[in-house]
Design a binder for this molecule. Sequence first.
Ligand code: AMP
Ligand code: ZN
Length: 493
Amino acid sequence: MAPSFFNTLSGKIEEFRPLQDNEVRMYACGPTVYDYGHIGNFRTFVFVDILRRYLKQHYKLRHVINITDVDDKIIRNAGQAGVPIGEYTKKYTQAFLEDSAALNIEEPQIVRATDHIQLMAEFIKKLVDNGHAYRTDDGSYYFRISTFPQYGKLSKKDFSGMEDGARVDVDEYEKDSARDFALWKAPKPGEASWDTVIGPGRPGWHIECSTMSMKYLGDSFDIHCGGEDLIFPHHENEIAQSESLTGKQFAHFWMHARFLLVEGEKMSKSLGNFYTVRDLVLMGHKPSSIRFLLTSVPFRKQLNFTFDGLTQAANSVERLRTFALRLQKAQLPEGKSASMQQLADATVQGIESALADDLNTAQALAAVFDMVRDANAAADAGQLKQGDVEPLQKALQKFDAIFAVLHDDDAVKVKRIIEWAESEGKQDKISEQARAIAASASVGDAEIEKLIAELQEARRAKNFARADAIRGELNQQGIIVEITRDGVRWRRK
Ligand code: AMP
Ligand code: ZN
């Protein structure tokens, strides 16, 4: 069954089919590496990861993201810090990769703007040659939007009345100031600049993505995505540049994640509701909870990030992990039951059809939690059989191949972020809760299992003092021990 996705370009939900064979070519705008990424950025990156993982289950995938490592903000910040831009962006590029890994975001092919400057200059030269761009006296280049009558087709804005030749040279601007935009900026004292076929200077932000996406994916490719703020001017400008150059349709599907709100408001430093992934982890929240929360609302719906929501997300992940553990460890009667097989099949189908429906992650999650509830009830009633375990586990795997929250490696990830905070002199930001989560980072599962076996042995021998001592020791190491009717169970804090 072909999936359907909302395409910003057509304004409709459309059936998706790759342009060529069974291969999807997808470009997602990556970070501008001038600071640590915030959870709004990561809403978009997690959405792209869900899309990636879904597509991979059905097609071959060529997926490219860019790192914008030269733009207005980078030049401003590096200048203030008194370091070359390359040095400045290296730190934040690394941070982006680390935060992505912490959130189990798979790594696509990553390309950097500063590795493609000559290609960008050649692109601009061709636009000048075919009349779509012009040079100004200072050596900057602008795209002449009056030469592209379809300008506005993505953002659905009518720009027909605008003044021809009025210019804007900043990378980001509002809709009402749509004017000829900068492709190339002449050198300014103290700013990074490159010598190229069109003279010295540096590229504007928009030409970076057009150049790199077309280099790696071709003139026309399947999907281009990012956050909704990129629709205008960034993606509108990419379309204008690329289609003016090739005369072909650039990306066929445009998919945009709705902006994340925090406690009902736009995230901003002045409101004090601005969080990076690292901030939340140091406050004592697990990367898996953050990922779960970001995935729980379909990408086009408003996601309001709240601390209550984050706690609920943590509980949901715990519920799933406990269920996975129960399937693995429970002593069950032989045989299998038709109802559990059906439940597993229905769940796999439920996840698939939810995701094929414009990536409805909320509905996919509902299917999984229904399964967990029903299978737990069956287990409680003694009706879950050994032969039911495999199909239920398969359904969980189907879910986790997309959502990626079952494997418990939060402790190691939190420990790394604590070490980073210590190295940056941010000790005061590290909560007790974060330290408790990180405590089990250096204890392996085998070591824990050995202590659990000893604990069980002590309980059998009615040596409760010893059993309590082991439990206390495990607790110190960040392990919670629970005595249940299925036996002794443990999990990391
Ligand atoms: P930037 O590093 O500013 O270029 O942004 C990287 C990505 O994060 C882009 O796709 C943006 O659209 C996206 N983004 C920025 N803020 C938010 C937000 N509050 N919610 C969702 N996505 C966002
Ligand atoms: Zn871009």
